[in-house]
Design a binder for this molecule. Structure first.
Ligand SMILES: Cc1cc2nc3c(=O)[nH]c(=O)nc-3n(C[C@H](O)[C@H](O)[C@H](O)COP(=O)(O)O)c2cc1C
Length: 354
């Protein structure tokens, strides 16, 4: 387990250990997308992990899907995020802002402009979503024109620049969990006939263009991407050649020299092994639902360079100390995941407090 607590070089940074806080939406931002008052405290409490990846953060009005998620494209957003990055840095931590465009996973009642979500094609995800008036079915999105797809790449680029202005150490592109980028991968969500749909190469193109544009804007060593090969959430079906799409995509991304690739593992071990071979840079692995006894296992085999954990870090601000000391962990309370104030957010006790 000792390797877990050793410093590691990621991109242009030396991180204090190989533990990563996985990105987690907490839905506590202000209605204009400015991070909430408690966000800086919440992240600073967890700054003893090597790297914090923030909650999904929209790069544009169109990119918002859920209620009260933060953005990173206005001056108010930048000023709000600055409080978090300053607080994390003051504790010796590092933080990447996750850029999340929800695509079709969006309800008009939740966004600033109240428009339909945008997506590769006008195909509804067949899922409900929480809105101010409760759960509602998500309507079919509007299909982006080819020109708008290119503009969306530029929106990501702009948001990445603003994230750096806000003091972030880098950005993680959210290419996982059935949101816009993964919608491009899946034939069930992408029926396009232009250069962004059809073949594996065409469905992977948007992700590669976003990564390339951001790397150009802020440096490849501050640019990262998260993927979840094989996700079947919310109408996503990547089809029989899904694994081949990822082999192509990872090989292309590898050429960019990004800070890291973050895999949220969905269970295809053969594909994961191939990804490990195709990717020569830093690999962060998140295996959902791991227990504390399994922490360090993927570092030990050499498959991963860092390991990411979500709920255990959400519930244990002093996760690193608890691991080192073999101390018991707090359980995460699902009722406090989304929305509300300090309860279930900044009030999880440390060992000292407990
Ligand atoms: C409350 C909550 C919010 C999440 N929000 C995001 C998100 O914004 N972006 C993302 O990529 N993953 C998100 N996830 C997934 C986590 O990053 C992680 O992959 C998942 O929780 C599995 O890891 P764990 O078992 O260690 O928690 C979220 C998970 C939870 C529990």
């Amino acid at each position: 387990m000792s390797k877990l607590f050793d410093p590691v070089r990621v991109g242009r940074y030396t991180l204090q250990n190989r533990l990563v806080m996985a990105p987690m939406t907490r839905s506590r931002a202000q209605r204009d997308g400015t991070p909430g008052e408690l966000a800086a405290e919440y992240y600073a409490q967890r700054a003893s992990v090597g790297l914090i990846v923030t909650e999904g953060t929209q790069p544009s009005d169109d990119g918002q899907g859920y209620l009260t998620t933060p953005g990173i494209y206005t001056d108010a957003h930048v000023a709000g995020w600055k409080k978090t990055t300053d607080a994390v840095h003051a504790r010796g931590g590092h933080v990447f802002i996750q850029l999340m465009h929800a695509g079709r996973m969006s309800h008009p009642d939740n966004t600033p402009h109240h428009r339909l979500g945008v997506a590769p094609s006008a195909i509804a995800p067949g899922a409900p979503m929480f809105t101010v008036t409760g759960m509602q079915d998500i309507p079919a999105p509007r299909a982006l024109t080819t020109e708008e797809v290119r503009q969306t790449v530029q929106d990501f680029r702009y948001a990445a620049r603003r994230a750096i202005e806000a003091g972030a150490d880098g950005v993680e592109i959210h290419g996982a969990n059935a949101y816009l980028i993964q919608q491009f991968f899946a034939p069930s969500a992408n029926a396009r006939t232009d250069e962004y749909g059809g073949s594996i190469e065409s469905r992977a193109r948007f992700a590669i263009e976003v990564a390339t544009a951001i790397a150009e804007e802020i440096g490849a060593d501050r640019t990262a991407i998260r993927l979840s090969p094989g996700t079947t959430l919310w109408g996503i079906d990547e089809g029989v050649n899904g694994p081949d799409l990822y082999r192509h995509l990872v090989a292309e991304l590898d050429k960019l020299g990004l800070a890291y690739l973050h895999i949220m593992h969905q269970g295809n071990e053969a594909l994961l092994a191939d990804v490990g071979k195709l990717w020569h840079g830093t690999l962060i692995l998140n295996r959902p639902g791991r227990s504390r006894e399994q922490v360090g296992a993927d570092l030990a085999t050499g498959l991963a360079d860092l390991e990411a954990y979500g709920q255990m870090i959400l519930a244990n601000p002093d996760f690193v100390i608890r691991l080192k000391e073999g101390a018991p962990m707090n359980d995460a309370d699902r009722n406090g995941f989304f929305g509300g104030a300090a309860q279930g957010y900044t009030d999880y006790p440390t060992l000292n407090e407990a």
